[in-house]
Design a protein around this ligand. Structure first.
Ligand code: HEM
Length: 390
């Protein structure tokens, strides 16, 4: 009998992926909620092999999703929604966008991230000595950074952020989701018009000088928002939870903030907040001695690959000083995360600033009372109550 994707995590080990993933072996048959019989890949080597192989497509209209009710359309991507396109369409967009992440823009964004982080830490300190780290810090930092990237004018930020965060509310009804989607879409369309008329020094304005249409620009804005907001927010909150749960490791970071780059890579590896991505075979092919047929979907387990003992020594231990070379928390191959440098800077700035500002920071409730987001496409916490001494 073929089994579905393992999703059950142990309450007492909230940072560990489902143990059953390891029992499945590197490549196994897997059943999908729509009745499809596809595959599951868990080893580091095979995960990278699948993600680097152009015979596997990312197109949503070909795929079967591995969890019931998984968000995301099964329609062909509209113009500009490049994360759902294969080469050569994907390559064209990716080139245009990569060209926008210039050294200068990244430097300016880093300065803004430092400023935004300090503002939110000040606000936390003023209302403390308790806070929900998710709403106080983890959500607003990436939301403001996306505003900087897209050049959302200051006066419109509150409206934009409200709509954008609504898109990721986990308790939203389909009607509420549709309203939020329409609101963000309308906002983005207005923004594109504004950037065409009055270009400023941001990524969206930068793209208006290319041959991209309004529709493409709107969907690119959407893609960046969809990919960059909830991911970074969850990584900030879950990363904080992991550090507070590993006092020895937290002490290392406090003592020597110079280790932050390595520490962030290790948190990305250890937490692997994207539980899976999927690809569909465009032709019959052989993988690890098995015959994969055209049209079969392969679910790629990011957490399993990042905890593969064949690649990482003692993979279930959080060790901020280890080498994490080759981790796949940002994916691999041509679809590897476009915003990874930005996400890294957000984490590298915010986590050390948080622990430096609040030397006595700790969870305000027992760790087992923290509600985990197990039912979503991005792993994390619903809220993270923290407290400190004043
Ligand atoms: C810690 C935070 C983040 C994590 C863990 C993360 C993870 C990932 C992963 C695993 C993929 C590959 C998906 C696949 O192969 O199917 C991806 C793609 C992508 N990410 Fe991120 N991401 C993060 C932050 C961001 C940010 C801040 C942005 C933008 C500002 C962003 C934009 C994108 C885009 C546009 C893609 C699609 C790239 C393509 O298809 O060419 N991500 N991300």
């Amino acid at each position: 009998m073929t089994l579905p994707l393992p999703t059950g995590r142990l309450a007492e080990r909230p940072f560990d992926p489902p143990a059953e993933l390891r029992e499945r072996g590197p490549l196994s048959r897997m059943s999908y909620p729509d009745g499809h019989e596809g595959w599951l890949v868990t080893s580091h080597t095979l995960v990278r092999e699948v993600l680097a192989d152009p015979r596997f497509s990312v197109r949503p209209e070909l795929r079967h999703l591995p969890i019931p009710g998984a968000l995301g359309s099964n329609q062909p991507p509209p113009p500009g929604m490049f994360s759902g396109m294969d080469a050569p369409e994907h390559t064209r967009y990716r080139r245009l966008l990569t060209g926008q992440f210039t050294v200068r823009r990244m430097r300016l964004l880093t300065e803004r991230i430092q400023g935004i982080t300090a503002e939110h830490l000040d606000a936390m300190e003023q209302v403390g000595p308790t806070a929900d780290l998710v709403t106080a810090l983890a959500q607003p930092i990436p939301a403001q950074v996306i505003c900087e990237l897209l050049g959302v004018p200051y006066a419109a930020r509150a409206r934009f952020q409200g709509h954008a965060l609504d898109l990721f509310r986990l308790d939203a009804t389909p009607e509420e989701m549709a309203t939020a989607y329409a609101a963000v879409h309308g906002f983005m369309a207005e923004l594109v018009q504004d950037k065409r008329a009055n270009p400023t020094d941001d990524l969206l304005s930068g793209l208006t000088s290319s041959d991209l249409t309004d529709e493409e620009l709107v969907n690119i804005g959407f893609t960046l928002l969809g990919a960059g907001l909830d991911t970074t927010a969850n990584m900030l909150a879950l990363g904080t939870f992991a550090l507070l749960s590993h006092p020895g490791q937290l002490a290392l970071l406090r003592k020597d903030p110079g280790i932050v780059d390595r520490a962030v890579e290790e948190l990305l590896r250890y937490l692997s907040i994207i539980p899976f991505t999927v690809r569909t075979a465009l032709e019959d092919l052989r993988l690890d001695g098995e015959q994969i047929k055209a049209g079969e979907t392969v679910t790629v387990s990011v957490p399993a690959a990042n905890r593969d003992a064949a690649h990482f020594t003692d993979p279930d231990t959080l060790n901020l000083l280890r080498s994490t070379a080759g981790h796949v928390a940002f994916g691999h191959g041509v679809h590897q995360c476009l915003g990874q440098q930005l996400a890294r800077v957000e984490l590298q700035v915010a986590l050390p600033a948080l622990v430096a500002r609040f030397p006595t920071l700790r969870l305000a409730v027992p760790a087992e009372d923290i509600a985990m987001r197990t039912d979503t496409l991005i792993y994390g916490v619903h809220s993270l109550p923290v407290t400190w001494e004043v």
